[in-house]
Design a protein around this ligand. Structure first.
Ligand code: NAP
Length: 333
């Protein structure tokens, strides 16, 4: 007896045929505070030829997510609603016909991270494939979702101040998301790192090989005691006046004092600020694959202080806004 071979069932071109669930995503409907945020439900859209759709397993969180709602320079209503969240980790569920990720041809089922994208606080995102990379297998989704925003900022701080082997550097705010990445990357360059933190977060600095010291009154003396041969560069993620004052007292070359947050103080004192230029964007984009490789090798960890359900984004942002979250936070849809 012979069997007539039945035609194989046609593979759906798109998972949308089986997975058409609505997209839940946070948007800011106006400029101002967290009260402007709303969780919206919309129909998913198909990826364009050079895009992929990712089911988000974790959305990375960064202070800029709430800062941009109040600091958006022009506050142009045409920008609204703001799509919140610049990075995610998840699984590709749909691909455009010509989608090539930063790691090669895009395929459904790949575990990936994406940065820098818009609208990461969501259950799914449809984003340019060029900003998507295979996820390091040794990272969890919340870790992978927080690797690149802080990591690329830290890399650029080190790049701009041109520190290297044998330099002693001071990191203000070494226990946070940017700070912990900075400590690790500086150590890999062969720097000696002194990092300020609150005493309850000293372990975030020490576990990566930095020397933790307490910020607050007397900071300059404590740094001098920890670095008797002086400090080559001061990299600030805290944005405080104390950080700027102490940096100026310790580092004579102002090109080696840089902040991620105290922009006005930097302008007043003739020191440097990070970001907000095409050159900065280009540098950060160019360094993404390298940082992913470091993470894959186990040389760059992402300390996650907590995860929250997607629906609790505003609660998580409140914690982030304290400036003492103690590491990265992620939203888990
Ligand atoms: N310009 C850019 O391109 C760029 C890029 C990335 C980030 N940023 C900015 O960089 C800043 C840090 O980001 P992040 O994600 O690392 O934030 P984060 O995770 O909240 O870290 C904040 C850090 O600041 C420390 N800190 C808090 N209050 C302090 C004080 N009074 N004195 C000294 N240190 C204090 C915290 O230490 P404890 O928790 O131990 O108290 C922690 O180490 C944010 O303002 C963010 O917007 C800018």
């Amino acid at each position: 007896m012979t069997w007539a071979r039945e035609p194989a069932p046609r593979q759906p071109l798109s998972l949308w045929t089986t997975d058409r669930s609505a997209v839940h995503h946070w948007v800011a409907g106006g400029f101002g505070g967290l009260d402007k945020l709303a969780l919206r439900v919309d129909q998913p859209r198909h990826p364009a030829v050079d895009e992929v759709t990712i089911r988000v397993h974790a959305a990375g969180m960064n202070p800029v997510d709430y800062l941009r709602m109040s600091y958006e320079p022009k506050q142009n209503p045409a920008q609204l609603p703001l799509q919140i969240g610049y990075e995610v980790a998840g699984t590709i569920i749909d691909v455009g016909t010509e989608a090539v990720t930063g790691s090669g041809r895009a395929r459904i089922g790949q575990n990936v991270l994406a940065f820098r994208i818009e609208g990461g606080y969501a259950t799914t995102v449809t984003v340019p494939a060029k900003d998507v990379f295979l996820m390091p297998q040794n990272l969890t989704y919340p870790e992978a979702a927080n690797l690149l925003f802080a990591g690329t900022a830290a890399a650029e701080l080190l790049h701009l101040t041109r520190v290297g082997f044998g330099d002693t550097i001071l990191v203000h705010g070494a226990s946070g998301a940017v700070g912990t990445s900075l400590v690790q990357q500086a150590l890999l360059l062969g720097c000696h790192v002194i990092g300020t933190a609150s005493s309850k977060h000293f372990s975030n600095v020490a576990r990566f090989g930095g020397v933790p010291i307490r910020y607050g009154p007397g900071l300059e003396d404590r740094v001098r005691a920890a670095a008797p041969n002086g400090v080559t560069a001061a990299l600030d993620t805290s944005g405080t006046a104390e950080a700027t004052t102490v940096s100026l007292a310790l580092v004579t070359d102002k090109s080696k004092i840089i902040t991620t947050a105290a922009f006005e103080l930097a302008a007043e004192s003739g020191t440097r600020s990070l970001g907000f230029s095409p050159a900065s964007d280009d540098y950060r984009n160019s360094i993404r694959s390298f940082l992913i490789e470091l993470a894959q090798l186990g040389d760059l960890a992402v300390p996650v202080a907590g995860t929250f359900p997607l629906a609790q984004a505003t609660l998580a942002l409140e914690l982030l806004r304290t400036g003492h979250a103690g590491g990265n936070l992620a939203l888990v849809p």
